[in-house]
Design a protein around this ligand. Structure first.
Ligand SMILES: O=P(O)(O)OC[C@@H](O)[C@@H](O)c1c[nH]c2ccccc12
Length: 254
């Protein structure tokens, strides 16, 4: 699947023309995640579908979900912009950026400089770079280009092997441990525990995927995660804000 997605991205990039730059107020993704009001920062994701789970939310309305997230006090919003596999769009991101005052992370499979420039132009505050689909050289190049364009970067990694390797090239400011193996779709929050001790203390550790309950949140926080990235649990709850409150232990789990 991952190989297939990257192939699709190559085709998309070869047909990509840069859109005009939208004028938006930038927010620091990095600073937002260090919310002093709680022990774990929250990046709340919106995604209509995923290759592993199919449709997650039939009545998917990005502006509405963004409003829920902002009202309930999440620290940042992640918007899936991949169309083919996640049923998202760049337009979703632009709408969310326009209607909220939160930092917005562009969640996509970025393999080329053009996509980095595009992300800045559509108003993203941060981008995801997946170490498992990039060489060290490419990852570092795209990372630097993003920073030069004023974007924060969430560098995602799944295996210890890939993590150790990339740390020999550079130390990202934010590292996300994806608890989901994108090749097998197996999800296990223990991945965060296994990798946490190898991540430099100066790096902000984000635990991504498979965090469904308050217990999961407490667990990854005890492993050293300073922030979490959660999507599915919020898409499947009665409303995204109820999902957020449940995750923080303010309501019982259904
Ligand atoms: O829906 P979940 O299990 O809470 O996971 C959210 C997020 O971590 C996941 O969507 C994700 C993490 N890395 C990715 C890379 C591409 C697409 C999606 C992702």
């Amino acid at each position: 699947m991952l190989t297939k997605i990257v192939e699709t991205k190559r085709k998309e990039v070869s047909a990509l023309t840069l859109p005009p730059k939208v004028l938006v107020r930038k927010h620091s993704f990095y600073e937002a995640l260090q919310n002093p009001n709680r022990t774990v920062g929250l990046i709340a994701e919106m995604k209509k579908a995923s290759p592993s789970k199919g449709i997650l939310k039939e009545s998917f309305a990005p502006i509405d979900i963004g409003a829920h997230y902002e009202k309930v006090g999440v620290d940042a919003i992640s918007v899936l912009t991949d169309q083919q596999y996640f049923k998202g769009s760049k337009h979703d991101l632009m709408m969310v950026k326009e209607t909220t005052n939160l930092p917005v992370l562009r969640k996509d499979f970025i393999i080329d400089s053009l996509q980095v420039q595009e992300s800045a132009r559509i108003g993203a505050d941060a981008i995801l770079l997946i170490a498992e689909i990039l060489t060290d050289e490419k990852l570092f190049q795209l990372y630097q280009e993003a920073v030069e364009s004023g974007l924060d970067v969430l560098v995602e990694v799944h295996s210890l092997e890939r993590l150790s390797q990339l740390l020999q090239t550079f130390t990202p400011a934010i590292i996300g441990v994806n608890n989901r193996n994108l090749k097998t779709f197996e999800t296990d929050i223990e991945s965060t525990r296994k990798l946490a001790s190898y991540i430099p203390s100066s790096t902000l550790l984000v635990s991504e995927s498979g965090i469904l309950t308050h217990e999961d949140l407490t667990m990854v926080s005890s492993y050293g995660a300073k922030a979490v990235l959660v999507g599915e649990a919020f898409m499947k709850d009665i409303s995204p804000s109820i999902g957020v409150r449940r995750l923080f232990g303010e309501l019982e789990h259904a």
